[in-house]
Design a protein around this ligand. Structure first.
Ligand code: TYD
Length: 215
C-alpha cells in the first residue's frame, strides 16, 4: 500500500461484530500495519468516553434492560453525533485513516434485536454520520464469542443469558451488505484473521476510490 497524498480526505474503516469476535485486537493489528506503511491512523470506538458514552456504560453495568429500546437507541445516536463532530470528521479532514470500533451498524443490529426498525435506524444515522468506506464485519457464532470472552478476558459474562439475543444480533448483521461491506470469518487464529483483513482491504480499491462519504 502506498500512502495517498496527505492533503486528500481520509478513509473511514469500521469494525463490526457481536461481543467477543476480536474487534479490538484486529483494530490494533491493522493500525500497526498501516502505521508501519506510513499512514496516519486515528483509532476510535463507540460507545465513546464522552458524556453519553459514559452514561451508556453506567447503564450497561446496571443492566441495559432498565431502559427502553428507544431510549437506548437515542443514547447511542447522541453519543455518535458528538463522536462525528469532535473526532471522526476532524480526523477525516486531516486525511487520516480512521479505524472505528463499532458504528451505526451496531445500533441497527443490537437495537434492531430489541425490536426497533433497522431501516429507520440507518436513515436516522446516515442523516448526520459519514458513510464508511469499508465495514469489516467479523462473523462468529455466539457460542464461540462467549467462550472467548470467558477465557480471554477472565470475565464470567452474563452473556450466557444473552446467547439467544446475540443469535438475533448476528442474524441481523448477516442480513446487511452492499457497498464496502466485507464479511470476515472470525473463527480462525488472530494472525489468519488479520491477514485476511489486510488482503481484503488491498483487494478492494479503497486507496484509490473517492470517499463514500457524500457529505
Ligand atoms: P463495546 O464497547 O464493544 O463493549 P466492551 O467495551 O465492553 O467490549 O460495546 C458495548 C456494548 O454496547 C456491546 O454489547 C454492543 C452495544 N452497542 C449497542 O447495543 N448499540 C450501539 O450502537 C453500540 C455502538 C454498541
Amino acid at each position: 500500500m502506498t500512502p495517498t497524498h496527505p492533503s486528500t480526505y481520509g478513509k473511514l474503516i469500521v469494525f463490526e461484530g457481536i461481543d467477543g469476535t476480536g474487534k479490538s485486537t484486529q483494530i490494533k493489528g491493522l493500525a500497526d500495519y498501516l502505521t508501519g506503511h506510513g499512514y496516519s491512523v486515528t483509532l476510535l470506538r463507540e460507545p465513546t468516553d464522552g458524556p453519553h458514552g459514559r452514561r451508556i456504560r453506567q447503564l450497561a453495568t446496571a443492566g441495559l434492560d432498565g431502559i427502553s429500546a428507544e431510549e437506548e437507541c437515542e443514547l447511542f445516536r447522541l453519543d455518535r453525533v458528538e463522536d462525528v463532530a469532535r473526532n471522526i470528521r476532524p480526523a477525516l479532514e486531516r486525511g487520516d485513516i480512521v479505524l472505528l470500533d463499532r458504528y451505526y451498524f451496531s445500533t441497527m443490529a443490537y437495537q434492531g434485536a430489541r425490536g426497533l426498525d433497522m431501516d429507520q435506524i440507518r436513515r436516522a444515522n446516515e442523516a448526520f454520520a459519514p458513510i464508511p468506506d469499508r465495514v469489516l464485519y467479523l462473523d462468529l457464532a455466539p457460542e464461540a464469542s462467549i467462550e472467548r470472552i470467558r477465557s480471554g478476558r477472565g470475565e464470567t459474562p452474563n452473556l450466557f443469558e444473552r446467547r439467544e439475543f446475540l443469535e438475533t444480533v448476528r442474524a441481523n448483521y448477516q442480513s446487511f451488505g452492499g457497498d464496502g461491506w466485507i464479511p470476515i470469518d472470525a473463527s480462525r487464529s488472530r494472525e489468519e484473521v488479520l491477514r485476511e483483513i489486510i488482503q481484503a482491504l488491498e483487494a478492494s480499491d479503497l486507496w484509490t476510490a473517492p470517499s463514500l462519504d457524500a457529505k
